[in-house]
Ligand binder design. Structure first.
Ligand code: NCD
Ligand code: ZN
Ligand code: ZN
Length: 347
């Protein structure tokens, strides 16, 4: 059977829920899901129940990662606008790759709505490491202006709407240091999947229209959108089935095979996979090279979920979808961590 070899992939946007919500995921199960999906490095988001907005919380995460993770895990520091005095130390930390800012309501308690506070954040983050934003629609226009005014690099997370692609294209055209990432669920699903899957297709930002989806595909192929990020946001089935289901869907196990499906569907070029899941993420976040690291895929016809999930939440909105590849083996810095689809080691 034909195989494909790739470098170890990088996901710059995951919520591994450790500490605080380890019934959904933890650093061990989350990095298992990453390995199964062909990722050899992930960067964890700060919206834990104890948010990563202090150096103390950051140190705690580092200790937990050291004891549990199968692959390297980096962090984005968080801000509620009131912790700017920690920015210098956070930015100097080698395991911190960016600052995460929430401009819309989502999982966690880190929303900043006050423009004055936002401005203070842009002023105080005096480093070349990017500011990552959850900013939908008009909020995005506001943070792009702030990034320009303060000369900060801005990464737009999980871009969803056609208008947002337009804003990013315009900003890039003016030479503003803006980049963007898109999630597989926004590339493959539009609003009608909310009716089909109910809470299992509920996430922030919400699924867009078919027109939005087309704009995202076009944005990704033209390079206006730089990378694919999973926004791996696991919640248990029980939580999803509850009266007030939480926002978010898992994505680590499934992103890579889905991008090969995109190639089969004819809207994405195979050579772009390495660009959007390795080269560009590495470049944008200045991620160290992993030597003797590679992912081998087997080609054929597979169904998502057929061999289970490594994520602790145990489900995927793409369950049952046909995909043309499966991760066969992963080597990280000379050590085999996954072989014949089974996890056999840790870094
Ligand atoms: C994320 C989560 O659950 O942590 N949820 C989501 O719907 N995407 C938070 C986020 O990325 O906005
Ligand atoms: Zn978000
Ligand atoms: Zn997220």
């Amino acid at each position: 059977m034909a195989t494909i070899t790739l470098p170890g992939l990088i996901d710059v946007h995951v919520h591994l829920r450790d500490p605080g919500a380890t019934h959904k995921e933890d650093f061990e199960t989350g990095t298992r899901a990453a390995l199964k999906g062909g990722f050899t490095r992930v960067i964890d988001m700060p919206n834990n129940s104890e948010p990563t907005t202090s150096i103390r919380a950051l140190k705690k995460k580092k200790r937990l990662v050291a004891g549990k993770a199968l692959i390297p895990v980096g962090f984005h520091f968080g801000t509620n606008g009131k912790n700017t005095s920690s920015f210098l130390a956070a930015a100097a930390d080698e395991q911190v790759f960016g600052l995460k800012l929430y401009c819309n309501h989502t999982t966690g308690e880190m929303l900043i709505e006050d423009l004055g506070l936002l401005e203070k954040v842009f002023e105080a983050w005096e480093t070349d490491k990017p500011i990552l934003v959850h900013a939908e629609g008009v909020q995005l226009a506001a943070v792009i202006s702030l990034a320009q005014l303060y000369g900060r690099r801005l990464h737009v997370c999980h871009i969803t709407q056609a208008i947002e692609v337009e804003l990013v294209a315009r900003a890039k055209g003016k030479g503003i240091g803006v980049t963007a990432g898109v999630c597989p669920h926004h590339l493959f699903m539009s609003g009608e999947w909310r009716e089909k899957l109910g809470p299992y297709a509920l996430m922030k930002p919400p699924l867009g229209t078919k027109k939005d989806m087309q704009a995202l595909r076009k944005g990704l192929t033209s390079g206006v959108i730089d990378i694919v990020e999973t926004d791996h946001a696991p919640h248990t089935k029980k939580e999803k089935a509850s009266k007030v289901p939480p926002y978010g869907v898992p994505g680590l196990d499934t992103a890579l095979p889905l991008m090969y499906r995109a190639v089969d569907e004819g809207w994405f070029e195979e050579k772009g996979i390495r660009t959007v899941l390795h080269d560009r993420p590495r470049e944008l976040f200045r991620i160290p090279k992993q030597i003797k690291t590679r992912v081998v895929l087997e080609t054929g016809s597979f169904k998502i979920g057929d061999d289970g999930y490594e994520t602790k939440c145990g489900w995927s909105p793409f369950d049952g979808w046909d995909v043309p590849v499966r991760v066969k083996s992963v080597m990280l810095e000379g050590k085999t961590l996954l072989t014949e689809g089974k996890i056999v080691g840790r870094k």
